[in-house]
Design a protein around this ligand. Structure first.
Ligand SMILES: [Ca+2]
Ligand SMILES: [Ca+2]
Ligand SMILES: [Ca+2]
Ligand SMILES: [Ca+2]
Length: 488
């Protein structure tokens, strides 16, 4: 059985444009009346206390609403009958990584959603990650079925070896109308050269990567379109996972892995490209201060602090999450928002207004493997305006969804409350044998050993997630940095 790591489905593409729309809505500013200093203290204190009360109240509301949702929602698998038969193919890698290929190549299964032909029916784009394997663009036939038109549209053959064309393999895609012609364009981030494909509006796409200035070798697993400077042109933030000097098919070193289990910052550099118009982009990463080298797996853009400027939220693997606040489009600042010390294995970011307060709350998936590790997913309620931070409230099934990867909010039963879908599991071979014990030995070693793929034990026919469980989180001991390590 082959079930590859599932990317943060839909989250990048949809949040890019969603965040943009929300930003526009909030451009309507307001000003507070001027009060004497003593009154201002009273007002600030009252606001603070109200926020604390809200935190407590919302904490208590969480479990009840989840229990209700579990009873009312039913989903039925209809992929096959809808004509969707896509199977993701994982990457093949340099033979020097053969012993841990299932671990390293467990990325790249992604689906993004966009109405590519402006018929008001959403279409689906799937990425595959093996040389020669085709990506798929399923056009919605408006009768409950889809048809793969990727080949005729020119967006299928993107996984190719060598320097020519779009060398590299797809890891995911995000949609955004970068030229404001009314048609959503496609950006595919890859291990290799990313590709920008211009939607010509006639069912076909043109590869405009070279002239756009985006042809930059990266090992990327995420991207988000957002207009950081509010000039009306969508800009692009691309996350780096592995370092960009690594060519996975011609390794010059096996020192490619994380330097630390909890605070690694030797990953690929994230890049911000400003849209200059006329189809050209320029790298403004350093001047804007958003070149994180943590192992970013997902990025989401929204105006988290409600100042009218879209900010960036990063889920980082092997490290803490990061929030970069946008200072009026001139620079970003890494915020201290209660995220700094809470290191986990961030996989996906989902944004939603969990309590209908007109705020962007954040859900980040992490990994839990009973018997070895309980990190817990984070459900962070946004109190940036009142307290300058988020409040983490995940409990029960929201906290422990096993080895959680992709996530997305949506009001599935139309009751006005957001529900949460979490895709989990990492079963690459035998679901009864897991790699955790072997991995824990190298994870506990010093950084020099952990960083070197050659020292990692062989993956064999194990999986990263067993279906059985050896212990409950209740018998876990809590580490100083927030992870729970179960005692077998
Ligand atoms: Ca459509
Ligand atoms: Ca366009
Ligand atoms: Ca812009
Ligand atoms: Ca903001």
């Amino acid at each position: 059985m082959s079930l590859s790591r599932v990317g943060p489905f839909g989250s990048f593409g949809s949040f890019g444009s969603w965040g943009e729309k929300l930003t526009l809505l909030r451009c309507i500013g307001y000003s507070l009346p001027v009060f004497p200093a003593s009154w201002r203290r009273v007002i600030v204190t009252a606001a603070f206390l109200a926020a604390v009360v809200a935190v407590v109240a919302l904490d208590h509301r969480a479990p009840g609403s989840l229990a209700g949702a579990r009873e009312t929602i039913r989903l039925t698998e209809v992929a096959q009958q809808s004509g969707i038969d896509f199977v993701h193919q994982p990457a093949t890698l340099d033979p020097q990584l053969a012993h841990i290929t299932p671990h390293v190549a467990a990325l790249g299964a992604c689906v993004s959603v966009s109405d590519v032909n402006n018929d008001n029916w959403p279409d689906l784009y799937f990425t595959s990650s093996r040389f020669g394997a085709a990506n798929a663009l399923y056009l919605n036939q408006r009768d409950g079925t889809f048809r793969d038109v990727a080949a005729e549209a020119g967006v299928a053959a993107l996984n190719r070896a060598g320097e020519g064309g779009g060398g590299g393999v797809s890891m995911g895609a995000v949609w955004g109308d970068y030229d404001n012609d009314g048609f959503e364009d496609l950006f595919v981030y890859k291990w290799g050269y990313p590709q920008l494909l211009h939607n010509l509006g006639n069912g076909r796409f043109a590869d405009v990567t070279a002239q756009s200035g985006l042809r930059r070798w990266m090992n990327s697993n995420g991207a988000v379109w957002f207009d950081f400077d509010r000039d009306g042109l969508l800009d692009l933030y691309i996350t780096g996972y592995f370092r960009s000097d690594i060519d996975f098919w011609h390794l010059r070193t096996t020192r490619i892995m994380q330097e630390s289990w909890e605070f690694a910052s030797n990953g690929g550099k994230n890049l911000l490209f400003k849209n200059l118009g006329h189809g050209r982009f320029t790298d403004v990463t350093d001047s804007m201060g958003v070149g994180s080298t943590r192992w970013t797996l997902a990025a989401a853009a929204a105006d988290f602090n409600d100042d009218g400027w879209p900010d960036l939220y990063l889920a980082n693997d092997y490290g803490p999450e990061q929030l970069f606040l946008n200072r009026e489009g001139k620079r970003f600042e890494l915020a201290r928002a209660g995220l700094e010390d809470d290191s986990k294995s961030g996989m996906a970011v989902a944004l939603g207004d969990v309590y209908n307060r007109d705020r962007h709350d954040v859900f980040v998936t992490n990994i839990s493997e009973r018997g070895f590790l309980f990190q817990g997913n984070n459900l962070r309620i946004n109190f940036l305006k009142e307290l300058g931070r988020f409040n983490e409230i995940a409990t029960g099934v929201v906290a422990d969804a096993g080895w959680a990867w992709g996530a997305q909010f949506g009001d599935l039963n139309n009751d006005g409350l957001l529900d949460l879908v979490v895709v989990n599991g990492f079963i690459s071979a035998d679901s009864g044998r897991d790699y955790w014990y072997a991995m824990s030995k190298i994870a506990g070693a010093n950084g020099r050993l952990f960083e070197d793929a050659a020292t990692w034990p062989a993956f064999g026919d194990a999986s990263h997630y067993r279906l059985s469980s050896l212990c409950k989180p209740t018998v876990a001991s809590r580490s100083p940095r927030g992870s729970h390590y179960c005692v077998p």
